[in-house]
Design a protein around this ligand. Structure first.
Ligand code: SAH
Length: 493
């Protein structure tokens, strides 16, 4: 193996003279050199789940390290203020450390926290919400910094009793393994190298079974796996979703180009081998892109949707719709959102970023009227169908960007007593926050999958006259670093 020896960065500025500042920026302040072995104390976890180590006043990120541990590590990469090191040996291990139950935990990028006891995962997720509220939101949290009572109440993270096999959806890349054999599994951590996988401990068993069946059929029918480098081959991804409550299954084959060779055999064999199969869909993605789906979707057999149920409400879900992946915890999350909305039957409620109308319909059962808005037109078609399916007449939906549709509603005289938002990771659009402040609902319920953009947006709403009362983190994604929470805000007026 070739090993590059660097002594600090001295001598790296070969050839053309670099500007002094640039050079200073490259000069690590580390008290050690690349490839050196050092002992570090691990004091935290980054939002990616890497251990944060301190040695000689310098920060080293250590994949696999846990807070409270002392480890011998090898320095792999140095920047000016921090570096990356490889865990060599634990000198002192954490009482919260576990043997990860999954064999491929180290290689796979899917889970990041399997080596951490579940109760400790939940505590870490709560703390990460608290830290974001304080650092980014400049908000006061009860129980922190000597404020015993005053400030936002951040509850304990609501965890799962059985935090395994919870995912209702799998999307696995297909490629060629040794001797061109078709494989499907996961991308090795931080790369696009596909590793074959037959069993994923956070997937519903039905999803694992579907992936195994699809692989078997593809091999038998001699389907060419897609090759990312050359752009050749047919099968790119298998996506499968199962209604955990209903038992219904959808299989989506993502192909490079519109032709799926041996389509009749595919349909016959999938139907014969997958219990509960209701829908076979093909999606065409011919672009050299990291996106899983292309624009063209067609039903090869069966229904365009599968059905599932959450808390007694039925939902039709199509291939491209957003639908929460952990249904058990979704019910907990939505019930908490409804509780924070504090509805009495009269209220007008806006559900922004409503997807297929899931939260909207939970709210509609207790509200006067719910207005849902969502950017994906297909999702809005599903939302309307879902309202009808459940005989819910007091919910109306509109497709479009929330930050455009809501100001228009306001001009049309639509008022809101409560506004619920559930934006993607990047948080709310500033124009949408302005509209909330202009509509001045009594309560705002913010459902967030990203504590840092949440904290940023709460600051804007606080400055605009709202007070954050409570936050409940709900663990939607056990063993991963993802943190979801529901926030209750009230108008200060
Ligand atoms: N509340 C839903 C969906 C939440 S995911 C549920 O729990 O199932 C976030 C949703 O926001 C996605 O459906 C996405 O398509 C939608 N979205 C993204 N940007 C948007 C925008 N600018 N305006 C409206 N919806 C948007």
């Amino acid at each position: 193996m070739k090993r590059k020896q660097t002594r600090g960065n001295a001598g790296s500025a070969k050839g053309k003279a670099t500007k002094r500042e640039q050079q200073a920026a490259l000069e690590p302040n580390a008290p050690f050199q690349k490839n050196e072995e050092v002992t570090v104390d691990l004091i935290g976890l980054t939002h990616d789940g890497e251990g944060v180590g301190r040695a000689g006043g310098f920060t080293l990120f250590v994949q696999g390290g846990l807070p409270g541990e002392t480890a011998r590590v090898r320095v792999m990469k140095l920047k000016k203020q921090y570096g990356y090191a490889r865990l060599e040996e634990l000198v002192q291990s954490s009482p919260d450390r576990l043997q990860p139950p999954c064999d491929i935990f180290k290689e796979c990028g899917g889970c990041q926290l399997q080596h951490l006891d579940y109760a400790a995962q939940l505590a870490w997720k709560r703390q990460s919400v608290v830290d974001n509220l304080k650092r980014i939101g400049k908000l006061q949290v009860a129980g922190e910094d000597g404020h015993a009572d005053a400030g936002i109440v951040v509850h304990d993270t609501v965890g799962m009793e059985e935090p395994w096999r919870y995912r209702n959806k799998a999307a696995v890349p297909v490629g060629a393994g040794d001797e061109g054999k078709l494989i499907a599994g996961f991308y090795a951590r931080g790369s696009h190298r596909i590793i074959d996988m037959n069993d994923c401990l956070i997937q519903h068993e039905r999803n694992d079974e579907v992936v195994r069946v699809v692989k078997r059929i593809a091999r038998e029918l001699r389907i060419q796996p897609y090759n990312e480098e050359t752009g050749q081959g047919v099968l790119r991804h298998v996506m499968t979703r199962t209604g955990v409550e209903s038992g219904e299954v959808m299989v989506v084959l993502v192909t490079n180009g519109g032709r799926l060779p041996r389509q009749p055999e595919w349909i016959e064999q999938l139907r014969a081998q997958i219990p509960g199969l209701k829908s076979i869909v093909q999606n065409v993605n011919s672009q050299a892109t990291n996106a899983i789906f292309g624009d063209e979707t067609r039903v090869l057999w069966g229904s365009e949707v599968i059905y599932d149920e959450l808390d007694g409400i039925r939902f039709a879900i199509s291939a491209r719709s957003f639908y929460q992946v952990n249904p058990a915890q979704t019910v907990t999350l939505y019930r908490k959102a409804v509780e924070y909305a504090a509805l009495t039957g009269k209220e007008r409620v806006i559900d922004a970023y409503c997807g297929i109308g899931t939260i909207s319909l939970f709210l509609a059962r207790q509200a006067g009227h719910v207005y849902g808005v969502e950017i994906v037109p297909e999702a809005i078609a599903d939302a309307r169908r879902n309202a009808e399916l459940n005989g819910i007449a007091n919910a109306t939906f509109e497709a479009g960007p929330a930050e455009v549709v809501m100001p228009r509603w306001r001009k049309e005289g639509i008022e809101a007593d409560v506004i619920v938002v559930d934006p993607p990771r990047k948080g709310c659009d500033p124009a949408l926050l302005d509209t909330i402040l202009a509509l001045r609902p009594e309560r705002v319920v913010y459902v967030s999958c990203n504590p840092s953009t949440l904290a940023r947006d709460l600051r804007v709403l606080e400055d605009g006259g709202y007070k954050t009362v409570e936050v409940t983190p709900v663990d939607m994604f056990p063993h991963t670093v993802h943190v979801e929470c529901v926030v209750w805000m009230v108008s200060k007026d």
